[in-house]
Ligand binder design. Structure first.
Ligand SMILES: CC(C)(COP(=O)(O)OP(=O)(O)OC[C@H]1O[C@@H](n2cnc3c(N)ncnc32)[C@H](O)[C@@H]1OP(=O)(O)O)[C@@H](O)C(=O)NCCC(=O)NCCS
Length: 151
């Protein structure tokens, strides 16, 4: 990266980000969240965005329930992938969890190799499988359940 281009940073999402997040989601997910889901998440959950220069390049949504947390969604704009943004967002979620949180859960399509590679490289373990959980083109797709145990 050139010296005068600032590193991408992660910040809290605000309402003005939602149009961009919907656009990224539409490019990223097989069954994209609609706008109301983002509005609901902004109100009820924790939502972070990846800010690359002036552009929002990705987001992550997670929630905390008692001493556990769940990653609900994460995506990086296709044009911005493989530059460390997904890892940066995931680490920001982990680092933003309340003290005393025991673990971070998620579920991911079994065929989503990029996301599974990211999660495994960040210490998540496979802890279960939900057969035919997701709708998929031409049928259904299994969900892999993963968990990161926190110190
Ligand atoms: C999963 C996703 C968020 C990763 O974002 P990203 O910014 O490209 O990820 P990073 O650049 O931080 O990559 C981190 C690691 O993930 C793994 N990874 C990411 N993309 C990969 C790919 N296409 N193939 C294999 N491994 C990949 C690698 O281990 C990578 O580390 P490396 O670059 O040092 O090899 C992005 O691919 C995405 O938005 N996918 C669509 C939405 C989605 O599937 N979300 C997950 C829902 S559960």
């Amino acid at each position: 990266m050139a010296d005068d281009v600032p590193e991408p940073r992660v910040r809290q999402a605000v309402a003005a980000d939602l149009d961009t997040l919907c656009r990224i989601e539409a490019l990223a997910a097989l069954s994209p969240w609609d706008r109301s889901r983002f509005e609901d998440s902004l109100a009820r959950h924790r939502m972070l965005v990846l800010q690359a220069n002036r552009e929002v390049a990705g987001f992550a949504v997670f929630r905390e329930v008692l001493d556990e947390a769940e990653l609900l969604n994460i995506a990086v704009h296709p044009a911005c992938r493989r530059h460390g943004g997904g890892r940066r967002l995931l680490r920001a979620c982990r680092d933003g969890l309340a003290g005393g949180t025991r673990c971070l859960h998620l579920e991911v399509r079994a065929g989503n190799a990029p996301a599974i590679a990211l999660y495994l490289s960040e210490g998540f373990q496979r802890v279960g499988l939900r057969r035919s959980y997701y709708p998929a083109p031409g049928g259904r797709e299994d969900a892999v359940l993963m968990r990161l145990d926190l110190p």
